[in-house]
Design a protein around this ligand. Structure first.
Ligand SMILES: [Zn+2]
Length: 533
């Protein structure tokens, strides 16, 4: 691998060297493409410069001042354009596209059109332990972006304990550990958890630590949708402490997914969270986070409002509890409190398609049905709204900006159905937080969406524009790059990416997809002695 790379780099350097002051135009290597004269942000936080990026095969072979081009190179005029590493999105729910059997679905256009060239899947504890089979399929069937994945706590716990809320016995814990180990050995980046979600929420910290150790010994990371981002159960500050404890006890880097302080009672606590994380980092702990640039989160009505205990045993058990007057009364009271925390019925926008309430806020639905909002929510849940998509307006601008400015925070979309973040996160951050609010500058936006992310997750040949790195490159028009999707029309492709290159192949040309699916599976390689031969 490294030999192959050094040979091709050497050949490319020879070709590049021969460009200067050469009387007879030399024939370019097959597949040489030059992004010429763009404003280059190389993925670091350094200031940009004007120059060329030369690609040969799937690699970058030159980044620097413009040079004469060889005769048959493909030249893409980048003057006036921003040229940067392709964006890396470390938290996505791209299942619809990963599962798609049609070639267009598999292009993963919502992300491609934002300039994203790599996505992480299996987040929030959702990743299958069958990591090898999953990644093989990504490559065999073709996919628009590169894909890396986690082994997820959800499927691991479900496989052994079902939906049950109890703790595992020794044998069951051993079984769960072996599933995590299997996922790691097959190429997972680490263990992801979603301790907010049932049934993962039933696990205590020690259970998670035991499983995280399996990732730790194989060089993995712990990525978590933490137990509480608000004031639901232990509170967000305690929840961050739990993440730090897991990292220390299991001995691995920890990464907080979509960091936020959710709900009216938690607003303003970003300062305390940042301080706690900075203190841990100062003491030598490896802690980072990702963040999406939106004031509304996306979840399900069920996850947002129902208390976890009401879902112990799964949907059937929940429906039975709702039939029992005493238990229903308790559920309703806790739902009302959760709704208040989130900012009331008007802050909840229901977006699952195909219902009479689609694109309506919960207060309006309740008024239409002439019931109170809790009764309306229960009716929707009873009707089968298990994954019923909810956009929940619950974040304060000042907290969003405070997190965004931290050098340990990277951009993510958390892209999921029904929320514009799936189609528009990267241009949203650019428009809203670079151009309008000036919360971060352009180099920081790009660094936190490329190099910082690649370095954090060990993608050692991506995220920077450097010779020898894989040619994942975005070229966008700084005046036209913008989100189009909105909360009410979440499925609109973004605009302004004129050229996108994935593994050396042009997948967007003149602002339009070329139909090429050039993504690859990115596999973490654990130390060989930690895995079966
Ligand atoms: Zn999440």
């Amino acid at each position: 691998m490294s030999v192959v790379r050094s040979i091709s780099t050497a050949l490319a350097l020879l070709a590049a060297t021969s460009l200067t002051g050469c009387a007879t135009p030399r024939t370019a290597q097959p597949g040489t493409t030059i992004l010429a004269g763009g404003t280059i942000y190389d993925g670091s936080s350094e200031t940009p410069f004007v120059g060329d990026v030369v690609i040969a095969g799937d690699e970058i072979v030159y980044v620097g001042p413009g040079r004469d081009a060889p005769a048959n190179a493909r030249i893409i005029d980048a003057s006036g354009m921003v040229v940067a590493p392709g964006f890396i999105d470390p938290h996505t729910h791209a299942q619809r596209f990963l599962d798609a059997s049609d070639s267009e679905g598999r292009l993963n256009l919502p992300w491609l059109m934002q300039g994203v060239t790599t996505i992480f899947s299996g987040v929030d504890g959702s990743g299958t332990p069958e990591v090898g089979a999953f990644l093989d399929e990504v490559e065999t069937r073709g996919f628009g972006t590169n894909v890396a994945t986690y082994v997820g706590f959800g499927p691991v716990r479900r496989a052994v304990l079902g939906e049950s809320g109890r703790a595992p016995d020794e044998g069951e814990l051993r079984e769960m550990k072996s599933l995590v180990a299997k996922g790691m050995c097959e190429g997972a980046l680490g263990l992801s958890t979603g301790l907010y979600y049932v049934p993962q929420s039933f696990a205590d910290t020690d259970e998670v630590i035991a499983l995280a150790r399996e990732a730790a010994i194989r060089g993995g990371i712990y990525d978590t949708h933490q137990r509480d981002e608000a004031t639901y159960t232990i509170g967000v500050e305690q929840s961050v402490q739990e993440v730090l404890t897991i990292g220390r006890e299991a001995g691995l880097p920890v990464h907080i997914a979509h960091i936020k302080v959710l709900g009216v009672d938690a607003h303003g606590t970003s300062g305390a969270i940042i301080e706690a994380i900075n203190r841990a980092r100062g003491a030598g702990q490896d802690v980072t986070a990702d963040q999406y640039p939106w004031e509304a989160s996306g979840t399900s009505l069920q996850a947002a409002l129902l208390p976890p205990w009401s879902q112990d045993g799964g949907r059937e058990a929940l429906l039975e509890r709702l039939e029992d007057p005493a238990q229903r009364g308790r559920i309703e009271a806790e739902m009302a409190e959760n709704m208040r925390r989130r900012g009331g019925a008007h802050s909840l926008l229901l977006v699952a398609p195909g219902h009479e309430w689609t694109s309506m806020r919960l207060d309006a639905i309740a008024a239409k049905w002439n019931v109170d909002p809790i009764a309306a929510a229960i009716r929707i849940i009873q009707d089968g709204d298990r994954s019923g998509k909810l956009v929940s307006f619950n974040m304060a601008e000042s907290d969003i900006v405070a997190f965004m400015r931290q050098p340990w925070v990277v951009t993510s979309s958390d892209g999921s159905e029904g929320h514009p973040r799936m189609y528009a996160t990267f241009p949203q951050k650019y428009r809203q937080y670079v151009q309008q609010a000036a919360a971060v500058d352009l180099a920081t936006f790009i660094n936190s969406s490329t190099g910082r992310t690649a370095d954090r997750f060990g993608l050692s040949d991506r995220g920077h524009l450097r010779p020898g790195y894989k040619a994942d490159i975005v070229m966008f028009d700084p005046d036209r790059y913008r989100p189009v999707a909105t909360y009410l029309r979440p499925r609109e492709l973004s605009e302004g990416v004129l050229t996108l290159v994935v593994n050396g192949e042009v997948v967007i040309a003149d602002g339009k997809p070329t139909g090429v699916a050039a993504g690859r599976a990115l596999r973490h390689r654990p130390p060989p002695e930690t895995c079966p031969a």
